[in-house]
Design a protein around this ligand. Structure first.
Ligand SMILES: [Zn+2]
Length: 310
């Protein structure tokens, strides 16, 4: 048995896995971002560790046969030291050692990986176990949420890069001199293809503030500005994906994250722009799948990586 955890700025989710399937899930409204903002760094870190350790101990009381813990974390993680260099969701914390600190508290090995990468691995595992015989060896995972994240599985292994920063696809520049991004550059894809990007596109056209969800409802009702906002998202995502496919020649792209529920609104523009941008011989050979694992891919991938990495 394994534990997979998804640690976010607002919620902590923990799943107990038995033979690759989640048999129990625990959710804690942990508000880690808020703890970071209202406490000195050291104090915040102790509180966060305590909350993580408590939820693990609760699970271990019921499932004492758990042998390892994997965690998906939204941040830059050094692939050698396992230290989290920094995370936009955990302001003020730098070079934190979640792996060792938590392992010391719960008495089990703990591995930490980027949240989009563990979700990529979870999707990879799930899609391959669904089919008869292993079909996919590689996969690109795109998470459409507040921002745009990415994860890559190559030859069956998650690829994190030399600095743990591979697949920062949200920051591929798709609009030269475009919108200012939180990373400091201009025209990053996530400024157009994320939920916040859709909201900005809609606001630029109408001067009205709305959430991506509300804009999706408007688009389905025929609102032109809302339809255009999603089309812009699809075009920019296709631009970035076409470059990834040219570099990596991966044939399976899985779309996840909260905004994947509105994929039908992005898909026509995305498919058209992708076909236009691909090398002609690759047209029609790229398989796009919307994730059907709900939000469990991260938990499953993290848990499985806890043993795959050892
Ligand atoms: Zn950026």
């Amino acid at each position: 048995m394994l534990i997979g955890m998804d640690v976010g700025g607002t919620n902590l989710r923990l799943g107990v896995l038995d033979a690759g399937a989640v048999i129990e899930e625990i959710r804690v409204a942990a508000n880690f971002s808020e703890i970071c903002k209202t406490h000195p760094a050291q104090e915040a870190w102790h509180k966060i560790l305590e909350i993580c350790a408590d939820s693990i101990k609760t699970a271990l009381e019921k499932y004492p046969h758990v042998s390892a813990i994997g965690i998906g974390f939204p941040g830059f993680i050094d692939p050698i030291t396992q230290k989290i260099e920094q995370s936009p969701n955990f302001p003020g914390l730098f070079n934190i050692d979640l792996s060792n600190d938590l392992s010391a508290l719960v008495g089990l090995p703990v591995i930490v990986e980027n949240d989009a990468l563990v979700a990529a691995y979870g999707e990879f595992y799930r899609l391959n176990s669904e089919k008869e015989g292993a079909i996919y060896s590689d996969l690109i995972y795109v998470s459409l949420g507040t921002g745009v994240g990415g994860g890559l599985v190559l030859n069956g292994r998650p690829y994190s890069g030399q600095h743990g920063m591979s697949m920062e696809i949200g920051h591929m520049i798709t609009v030269p001199n475009g919108r200012l991004c939180g990373c400091g550059n201009q025209g990053c894809m996530e400024q157009y293809a994320s939920a916040s990007g859709v909201a900005i596109s809609y606001q630029e056209a109408t001067s009205k503030k709305n959430t991506a969800d509300a804009i999706a409802t408007l688009a389905r009702a025929g609102d032109i500005a809302a339809i255009n906002a999603y089309e812009t998202a699809g075009l920019n995502l296709a631009n970035a994906v076409s470059h990834m496919v040219k570099v990596l020649d991966v044939r399976l792209i899985v779309i996840g994250g909260g905004m994947s529920q509105a994929w039908g609104l992005l898909a026509p523009a995305f498919q058209r722009a992708l076909d236009d941008a691909l090398i002609p011989v690759l047209r029609g050979k790229i398989e796009i799948r919307v994730s059907t694992s709900g939000d469990q891919a991260g938990i499953i991938g993290a848990a499985l990586l806890s043993v795959a990495s050892r």
